[in-house]
Design a binder for this molecule. Structure first.
Ligand SMILES: [Zn+2]
Length: 80
């Protein structure tokens, strides 16, 4: 894993747990503590195939939400 480099800046990648917001079939879900490789230099995140499978499993109903939040949605096109 130490051989993997950032595709943008060639920085070193570090395994971290991150919070990811994801749109799925018209609704937004948030996944906390998702493992991802994060670039130490630019902060770009790379999700492993395992992490992707985990997200799909969770939002397709194989897990129950830890809690429910209300999210404010803004439309930038409506700013005068
Ligand atoms: Zn980078």
């Amino acid at each position: 894993m130490s051989e993997q480099r950032c595709m943008i800046c060639q920085g070193e990648l570090e395994l971290q747990r991150v919070t990811r917001a994801q749109e799925y079939e018209g609704r937004w879900v948030v996944i906390e503590n998702l493992p991802a490789l994060v670039c130490r230099q630019c902060g770009e995140r790379y999700y492993t195939p395992d992490a992707h499978d985990l997200v799909v499993a969770l939002i397709q109903g194989h897990g129950s939400p830890a809690r429910t939040e209300t999210i404010e949605v803004y439309d930038a096109a409506r700013v005068a």
